[in-house]
Unconditional design. Structure first.
Ligand code: HEM
Length: 490
């Protein structure tokens, strides 16, 4: 009670307002009654309209602060003092351990240092072939439904392609999710991702203790699938470690630099981690598993959402679609089967603007959380330790103060002439500062590869229900992310 009163006093001193609070419940009755996952983004819009961009929001015993204010977001994201995630993220721990996304303090700092070189240009360059091959399979599989009439929800289609891509690049294994969606590991990743999204929204499922009591069967199912995924990653890691060791032994006995892992075969992110060490100590299989599982999680639903929304927006803006298509033909040529190269991807400048603008309107990660570990001053306001912070990037990216005509899909905002006007904290789909997304270059290359492949094969048509964005761990759509397809003739 005392800390709550202290927080209220500090918020009042900082001029931060919020909905009325009730004893023990805080503002929960106002934020929960008649609200659901589907209304969450809308509820935040209503709160911003009523109380401004900085809002005090206490839920039960947890005091919280939500913000859509770019200056406040800047202050939080750029500080080394505010790198701890809030407890909403804890539910992911049973799968991801304390890998890069969830860790904090020294552990995070050290891991970030080791993992950063993993995403080096030279490593990403060899992934372009994987992006190209897997998106070719995605396009090939869609011809059946490309009759100009059938409504296609792109989310599940893009999800399987994204899973194939992330498994092959992070672990070096082809799981063939697109050919065999029932493969056990693929099933487990999909089931657990969906269950996590459900847990995120359902207070009774959010904590292991309450989920065990109220949803015992679901809890058991969740743990079985997590175990299945861990067993799979463990097996891949130990096999890759053996292969690496064998090739290093061969190398030392023949004295040659040629080795299986380093030159002939494509390096997976996992191989780079196997060769890394902290203070001279190699990473253990468990350390590596946390990181590989984190890549598998962070690296598939996010890109799925982005690819689907970008294709949707292009379907609904035919003139912009034509412009993006012309650029692709100018850069790659008219041969649909020609593989795309890293160089081509660098030249697809307009497509990059299209993707960036899609990430503005529909950011796959629409909010970012933090918890304060000590009293901190942020943008001139004093906040007490333990405050749970949520940065509403979805709303900040639609703030008319930073984006004129914010609801309009206008890729020109990101053209080389205008992009200097973009405020990097009002626009932060990959977050910003020390804890920004380590996979953002990877993601951009993957998105450009898949979207360009789709445009080379198909004309995208505005069919099906419009999207209704919902926050469900990542940004999805209640109605699906729909479009129609017609094979391109050129
Ligand atoms: C369009 C696709 C993507 C988007 C929009 C995105 C967005 C983000 C955001 C907003 C964060 C910060 C999260 C937070 O602070 O809570 C983040 C962190 C992270 N992302 Fe991404 N991401 C994408 C793709 C990827 C990919 C493909 C990978 C890996 C291959 C990846 C790996 C990570 C990791 C490991 C972190 C944690 C970094 C740290 O805390 O140091 N992401 N991402």
């Amino acid at each position: 009670y005392l800390t709550m009163r202290r927080q209220n006093n500090m918020m009042a001193a900082a001029g931060v307002k919020g909905p009325p609070q009730f004893p023990l419940l805080g503002s929960a009755p106002i934020c929960m009654m008649g609200e659901s996952a589907e209304t969450m983004l809308d509820l935040e819009t209503r709160l911003i309209e009523k109380y401004g961009k900085n809002i005090q929001l206490t839920m039960f015993h947890e005091y919280g602060f939500i913000t859509a204010d770019a200056r406040m977001i800047e202050s939080i994201l750029s500080s080394q003092q505010t790198i701890t995630k809030n407890n909403l993220y804890n539910l992911l721990q049973c799968w991801l351990g304390t890998g890069l996304l969830l860790s904090t303090g020294k552990k995070w700092f050290r891991r970030r240092k080791i993992i950063t070189p993993t995403f080096h240009f030279k490593i990403l360059e060899q992934f372009v072939e994987v992006f190209d091959q897997q998106s070719a399979i995605m396009a090939e599989n869609l011809y059946d439904r490309a009759d100009g009439k059938t409504v296609i929800n792109m989310f599940p289609v893009a999800c399987l392609a994204a899973l194939d891509i992330i498994a092959e690049t992070s672990m070096g294994v082809k799981i063939n999710a697109q050919g065999e969606p029932n493969f056990p590991y693929v099933q487990s990743v999909k089931i657990v991702s969906n269950m996590m999204a459900e847990r995120f929204m359902n207070p009774l499922q959010r904590f292991d203790s309450t989920m065990r009591i109220f949803f015992p069967l679901l809890f058991r199912k969740l743990n079985q699938h997590i175990k299945a995924m861990h067993d799979f990653t463990d097996k891949v890691i130990s096999e890759r470690r053996d292969t690496l060791q064998k090739s290093l032994n061969e190398q030392s006995s023949t004295g040659t630099e040629e080795n299986d892992v380093g030159s002939k075969r494509r390096m997976a992110l996992l191989d780079v981690l196997l060769q890394s060490s902290v203070d001279g100590q190699p990473l253990s299989n468990n350390d590596i598993r946390e990181e590989v599982d984190t890549f598998m999680f962070e690296g598939h639903d996010t890109t799925t959402s982005a690819i689907s929304y970008t294709l949707y927006l292009l379907a609904r803006h035919p003139e912009l679609q034509t412009r993006a298509f012309r650029e692709i033909v100018d850069v790659i040529g008219a041969d649909k089967s020609k593989p795309i190269t890293m160089r081509d991807l660098g030249e697809l400048k307009y497509l990059e603007c299209v993707i960036k603008e899609s990430l503005r309107l529909y950011p796959p990660v629409p909010m970012i959380g933090r918890q304060l570990t000590e009293d901190v001053t942020l943008d001139g306001k004093r906040f007490p330790a333990l405050t749970n912070i949520i940065m509403l990037t979805y709303h900040a990216q639609r703030d008319p103060e930073y984006f004129p005509d914010p609801e309009k899909f206008n890729p020109e905002r990101f053209s080389s002439e205008s992009s200097s006007n973009i405020d990097v904290f009002a626009y932060a789909p990959f977050s910003a500062g020390p804890r920004n997304c380590i996979g953002q270059k990877f993601a951009m290359l993957e998105m450009k590869s898949t979207v360009s492949k789709m445009l080379r094969h198909f004309e995208l048509l505005p069919l099906g229900e419009p999207v209704q964005p919902i926050m469900n761990l990542i940004l999805r759509s209640k109605t699906g992310i729909n479009l129609g397809l017609k094979p391109r003739v050129y």
